[in-house]
Design a protein around this ligand. Structure first.
Ligand SMILES: NC(=O)c1ccc[n+]([C@@H]2O[C@H](COP(=O)([O-])OP(=O)(O)OC[C@H]3O[C@@H](n4cnc5c(N)ncnc54)[C@H](OP(=O)(O)O)[C@@H]3O)[C@@H](O)[C@H]2O)c1
Length: 430
């Protein structure tokens, strides 16, 4: 009989406890799939007295996850603490130094230190698996790295943060404002007490940087992801989007362009009939474009104990079976950096909402600024009239260049009749 795979789990929070639950409930099924048992031999968390809802009487408890990573009787270290540095990084590095493979759900760690950790793992013939780090339960890393291995992938985009998608969906369907829906999401446990990583787009950017690496064979380059969150999206924007035939989604988009690799996370207007527009609530979606396969769609739950643990355990099954691929699809030593394509080079259409004084000539002044910057207007909306008062005005443009649009917006903002900073949302046609 093959010896069990002995695992040590660092972090027993939402995901860690979820992993122990899956292993306990599906022990027999997983054993069949692995050809051997997965045995939890050690765990580590901060508070030993906390009830985790899973039996821990037969496992060794470690106060220090780094000491656990170096302890005997461990084949694989499962890192579920979180954070780009600190104990998570030290645990992973120690595990690899000690010759143990690592399974992690930690996107912040991978986004910031992925290439160095991949070098460490591959140099020692070990696995560094991270399926759960992107889009929770959706097996997107495996799909890109293995399922689409025959293709040159030229684009990946998706809804990579369930909290933002939930907030935008609620705002659209109830007409409520951002702050109100965010507070409710926090009360329901869909958003963290400090929600900035989610709503400012950083979490989605971590995931996008990882996807970019796996899709294009480039080193993870989080520093060059353009990031804009959803704080400035207002209920009125969602209303106008609907009227114009769009939905607003926070998307991560990675593309191979003539200028290099484009990586950006920001709110987008997408046509209402685009499949991604229908992905609502806490669901995530990832769309990949390969040269032979064409377009591939993956949709599912991007977070939560069950979906995330499902991805962690799938990685463990691979390790138990001895199935191994280079961390990011090609060996870490062969990941070839490409130039980052600057955001100013983005080509596309734009939605702009202005709050202006309702007096003759204001719209002509705005139109003149757009014309002077080679931005061509496609549509223009002004609801109602209130002479001398502030009124919202919405316009959309034909395809133009980001640099021109930014210059035009700065000039429009400086006009006396424009009362608030213009709100701009990029339009993406998929
Ligand atoms: N939650 C999700 O849906 C989800 C989805 C995808 C990926 N992830 C990723 O999965 C990882 C874990 O997330 P989570 O939501 O499970 O976090 P969590 O609920 O906050 O759990 C973190 C765990 O780490 C433990 N911990 C913290 N510092 C420690 C230290 N110095 N030594 C030992 N243990 C320590 C905590 O111990 P105590 O319990 O004793 O405080 C806790 O058990 C993160 O990288 C996250 O980004 C999470």
């Amino acid at each position: 009989m093959t010896a069990p795979l002995k695992i040590a789990v660092a972090g027993l929070g939402t995901v860690g406890a979820g992993v122990l639950k899956v292993l306990a409930e599906h022990g027999a099924l997983i054993e069949q799939r692995c050809g051997r048992r997965i045995q939890v031999t050690a765990v580590s968390a901060r508070d030993r007295s906390k009830d985790r809802g899973v039996g821990l009487s037969h496992v060794r408890w470690f106060e220090d996850p780094v000491a656990m990573a170096a302890a005997p009787d461990v084949d694989v270290v499962v890192e579920l603490i979180g954070g780009s540095d600190g104990p998570a990084k030290a645990t992973v590095e120690t595990a690899l130094e000690q010759g143990r493979s690592v399974v992690t759900a930690n996107k912040a760690l991978l986004a910031n230190h992925g290439p160095a950790l991949a070098h460490m793992a591959e140099g020692r013939g070990l696995t560094l698996a991270f399926e759960a780090s992107v889009a929770g339960g959706i097996p997107v890393i495996k799909a890109l790295r293995e399922g689409l291995a025959a293709n040159r992938v030229t684009e990946v985009h998706g809804i990579l943060n369930g909290t933002c998608n939930y907030i935008l969906t609620e705002m659209r369907t109830t007409g409520r404002e951002f702050a109100d829906v965010l507070a409710e999401a926090q009360a329901l446990g869909y958003a963290e007490a400090d929600p900035s990583f989610d709503i400012d787009g950083i979490d989605a950017a971590h995931k996008l940087a990882i996807l970019t690496s796996v899709a294009f064979g480039v080193p993870v380059d989080f520093q060059n992801v353009y990031i804009e969150g959803i704080r400035h999206v207002s209920a009125v924007d969602l209303k106008y989007a609907e009227e114009l035939g769009y939905r607003i989604k926070l998307l991560g988009i990675a593309r191979l362009t003539r200028n290099g690799v484009e990586q950006r996370v920001h709110p987008c207007m997408v046509p209402k009939d685009a499949p991604i527009a229908a992905v609502d609530g806490v669901f995530n979606a990832v769309v990949a474009q390969g040269d032979f396969v064409d377009r591939v769609w993956l949709v599912g739950r991007g977070a939560g104990a069950g979906p995330t643990a499902s991805a962690v355990v799938a990685d463990l099954v691979d390790v138990a079976r001895g199935r191994s691929t280079p961390t990011f699809g090609v060996p870490a030593s062969q990941l070839a950096a490409l130039d980052p394509s600057p955001m100013e080079g983005r080509q596309g259409a734009y939605y702009v909402r202005l709050m202006v004084v309702d007096r003759p000539g204001v719209i002509a002044e705005v139109a003149a600024v757009l014309r002077d910057n080679n931005v061509s207007m496609e549509s223009f909306l002004q609801r109602g009239r209130s002479p001398g008062e502030a009124v919202p005005v919405v316009l959309t443009t034909h395809d133009t260049n980001e640099a021109s649009m930014q210059k035009a917006l700065a000039q429009i903002a400086a006009q006396a009749a424009v009362l608030e900073p213009p709100r701009m949302i990029r339009i993406e046609q998929f």
